[in-house]
Structures are given as C-alpha cells and as structure tokens.
Ligand binder design. Structure first.
Ligand code: SF4
Length: 211
C-alpha cells in the first residue's frame, strides 16, 4: 500500500472520492479504479501508473490509436459533450455581422474550412458577434421546409468546450489534435488548451488545417 501511495500525485485533493491519496492507495484494487484520480490519466504520471499496475499484478490497457476517418491523421483525444448536453459547446463568429442573432435561434452556417453545412442552437452570446452554440443538425434538418433558421453564412470556429472521452488529459498551453465525437466527417481538428477541469477542457484557436 505504501509503495502505491508513493506513486500517487500526493495532492490530497479528494477528487477520487477519498480525502487523501493514502486512503485511495489503500482501496485501489484494479486498473479500472485508477481513472478515479484525474491526474493519473496525464502523461506526466504514465510511468507511475505502469508501476502501480505492476504492483497490482495488472498491465496498462493498450489504447487504440485515434485516427480521423476523412484525413487518416492521428489525434491526441476525442471530445464528447459536457454532461448530458447534445454536443460540445462551440464558440462561433459569423463573418456576416448583419444578421440579428438571439439566444434560442437556430443558425445555418458553414464553418470556415469545412464542406458541411451545420445547424446549431444559440445558447449564449458575447460581445463582438461571438455565439456559443450546440450542434443540432444537419441530418434531420435538410429538406424540412417547415424548419426555421437564420442563415449566417461562413463562420470562424473559435473554441470548443467538451469532455476528453479518449486519450490523455492535456495540459493548459498544450497544442492538441482532437476529433469531436459528433463531427460528421470525423475530421481531426487542432487547437490550444486554455482550461482543464477534471476531464473537461476548453480548446481555443481552432484550426482544421492539421498535418
Ligand atoms: S484524486 Fe488523486 S491526487 Fe487527489 S486525493 Fe485522490 S489520489 Fe490523491
């Protein structure tokens, strides 16, 4: 138990459900429980995790590579929606600022660099024509004449807020390649990590040019 304790982060933060790393070490029985400590999924602790697993008589499960379907590129992580939300949150900026947009509106647009028309519901608006949206289409929206939306043309995609579903939790300041789970093209995106809370991350400076 004390060997395992020495390999834990030592932050005694309680995120694993125990008050101290020592209590976590005492109750840790298998590989599946290791993820309860959010820090152990970081690259920095990879060697420690391998040693802990060896003490427990287990091996690190081999993660399959994350490969974009349309571009065949390898990504660092996949991004899932926060909590029970329908998609990751995205901050978008339409180049055409003439359309009056309100919270609750459905927007039709095409992200700069993406060939797919998107539909999204506005959940927040910020100064400067930046809107936080949830993706709500296009699958069941196209060809539906009764469906009301505002056309805002081409948009710059500025940021994603979501949860790391596969891959290691990145650090603030790290440039990452990622695949949003609901991306229709399963295309690898890139961006800069500006916030990390557990497995939830905010990625800004989004770019579809990845190589
Ligand atoms: S979450 Fe990790 S660092 Fe925090 S108390 Fe538990 S074992 Fe220690």
């Amino acid at each position: 138990m004390s060997d395992i304790e020495r390999l834990l982060p030592g932050y005694n933060c309680g995120s694993c459900g125990y008050k101290q790393c020592r209590d976590f070490a005492e109750r840790l029985k298998n590989a599946a429980e290791i993820e309860s400590c959010p820090f152990l999924t970081r690259d920095k602790f990879r060697d420690n995790v391998e040693k802990i697993l060896s003490l427990l008589g287990e091996e690190l499960p081999k993660e399959e590579k994350i490969i974009g379907i349309i571009d065949g590129l390898e990504a660092d992580l996949t991004l899932a929606p926060l909590g029970e939300e329908c998609s990751c949150r995205e901050d978008i900026h339409p180049f055409d600022g003439s359309v009056q947009v309100e919270v609750g509106d459905i927007l039709r647009y095409r992200p700069l660099g993406c060939p797919v028309t998107h539909f999204a519901r506005v959940i927040d608006k910020m100064p400067g024509g930046i809107y936080t949206v949830h993706m709500v289409g296009p699958l069941h929206r196209l060809g539906n004449d009764d469906f009301k939306f505002k056309e805002v043309g081409i948009c710059m995609i500025l940021a994603f807020d979501g949860k790391v579903a596969r891959g290691n939790i990145p650090k603030v300041g790290q440039t990452v390649k990622f695949v949003p789970e609901y991306c229709m093209m399963q295309k690898v995106h890139s961006g800069m990590i500006v916030g990390v809370e557990g497995r939830n991350v905010r990625i800004e400076a989004i770019d579809l040019k990845v190589w």
